[in-house]
Write a protein that binds this ligand. Structure first.
Ligand SMILES: [Zn+2]
Length: 146
């Protein structure tokens, strides 16, 4: 398996496809964490980030780490009311534009490889691993102080 030049995980594209398949089956515990997983993945692959430089994805992860899934659902609700289907890829609803940050290049303490464990993303402990993924991702980006 090749080592990813962005996140540093081995076999990362295959792992991401497997994770998306689990998410889209809408099963617990993966489905509800879809937005968090995708935000982590995008922020660890800055070349794939939308035009906001990942501000939306970082806001999403902060909401999750601060308030768990209920906070994420509130954020998604706000984004829907702001007439957008995308949570990532837009400026914070109603917020001022954040300065564009320098994206980190690797150096993530947790990548999709650890979240996948043996490559199958076992349900047991999945939310905890996603939380560690989110927090390692934000740590590498540096906190916005918001
Ligand atoms: Zn990668």
């Amino acid at each position: 398996m090749e080592t990813c030049g962005e996140c540093g995980a081995r076999g990362c594209p295959e792992l991401f496809h497997r994770l998306l398949a689990l998410d889209h089956a809408r099963a617990e515990p993966w489905g509800p964490l879809h937005g968090v997983s995708v935000s982590c993945f995008l922020l660890q692959h800055p070349a794939r980030l939308p035009g906001d430089g990942g501000a939306g994805a970082r806001e999403f992860l902060r909401a999750y780490l601060d308030g768990g899934l209920p906070a994420v659902e509130r954020l998604v609700g706000r984004a829907r009311r702001a007439n957008s289907h995308r949570v990532t890829g837009q400026a914070a609803p109603g917020g001022a534009a954040r300065p564009v940050r320098e994206a980190p290049h690797g150096g993530f303490a947790v990548t999709i490889e650890q979240v996948a464990v043996d490559g199958t993303f076992p349900a047991e402990g999945f939310p905890e691993r996603v939380e560690a993924w989110a927090s390692a991702t934000l740590a590498a980006w540096g906190h916005d102080g918001a």
